[in-house]
Write a protein that binds this ligand. Structure first.
Ligand SMILES: Nc1ncnc2c1ncn2[C@@H]1O[C@H](COP(=O)(O)OP(=O)(O)OP(=O)(O)O)[C@@H](O)[C@H]1O
Ligand SMILES: [Mg+2]
Length: 256
């Protein structure tokens, strides 16, 4: 073979990276562009449905429904299906934008204990309504990190929702903060279904989901947020017993 064989070097890698970035940007814009007409369609469908409902033709107290009423009732059921699908599309776009959209962290000094305890206050009513017990153990000292509290809460919420979805009523959710050297640690453990060994390697992949109706972007989004904070997330799980997700975040220099 002649010396014309192509070798990739840093310049190609940089070009490849910027192409990927450009593609990511375009996809983000596309998702945004789809959102607006979708919500216009939803609003108008709702209006059509309201008009059909207000028309009085469907009132059941006017005797046995005739063919006209039955056709209108069928049309309204179809509208309901389209609205449900439009909601789902909106959800998919929302998850995609949270996962692939620009992530500009608003970093500030924040105490991980405070972030976690605020998140528990926010989440506990939902846990109660699913008959789950929440136990929290907060580290005795403050755990100061440079963090975007809003984004970190989003990551925690994704983990809490997953834990909830893996458990039946009566399950226990344990949230613990701690310190591991120069890192703050947050653990979210559940007594749910656990994760099968062959699933473990996939759960952080975009669009991997074992749940009917799951998008498969909850964990990848949480991971992306945590890694943007220079942290890591790991998981330990035993099938049928439960799972434990551990987040580690660098503590601010001089903390503690
Ligand atoms: N605490 C958990 N216990 C058991 N399985 C889990 C747990 N957390 C995640 N998983 C598994 O990992 C998969 C991926 O989770 P991820 O949050 O990314 O997607 P999802 O929950 O299926 O959908 P969504 O996009 O709505 O979050 C889940 O479908 C489930 O199989
Ligand atoms: Mg999820």
């Amino acid at each position: 073979m002649s010396g014309a064989a192509k070798q990739s070097g840093p310049a190609d890698e940089a070009a490849g990276k910027s192409e990927v970035e450009e593609l990511g940007r375009l996809l983000g814009e596309l998702a945004h562009e789809i959102k607006n007409p979708l919500s216009t369609m939803k609003v108008n469908l709702k209006l059509v449905d309201e008009e059909l409902g207000d028309s009085g033709i469907l009132d059941s107290d006017k005797g046995v429904p005739g063919e006209k009423q039955q056709r209108l009732a069928r049309a309204r059921r179809k509208i309901a299906v389209i609205l449900k699908e439009a909601d789902r599309l909106e959800q998919i776009l929302g998850s995609f934008l949270r996962y692939a959209g620009r992530m500009e962290l608003q970093l500030a000094s924040a105490d991980v204990n405070e972030i976690v305890s605020e998140m528990i206050d926010f989440y506990s009513p939902q846990a109660r309504s699913h008959s789950l017990t929440v136990r929290q153990y907060l580290y005795k000292e403050s755990l100061v990190c440079k963090a975007d509290a809003h984004m970190l809460k989003q990551a925690l919420l994704n983990l809490l929702i997953n834990a909830q979805q893996a458990m039946s009523p009566g399950g226990e959710l344990m949230i613990r903060t701690g310190r591991d050297g120069d890192r703050a640690q947050i653990q979210i453990c559940d007594t749910g279904s656990g994760i099968a060994e062959d699933e473990m390697g996939h759960i952080f992949e975009a669009y991997y989901s074992s749940r009917a109706g799951g998008t498969g972007l909850g964990l990848p989004t949480a991971k992306r947020i945590i890694e943007a904070h220079k942290g890591q997330v790991s998981v330990a799980s035993a099938e049928g017993k439960g799972s434990c997700f551990t987040i580690r975040l660098p503590l601010s220099a001089g903390a503690g």
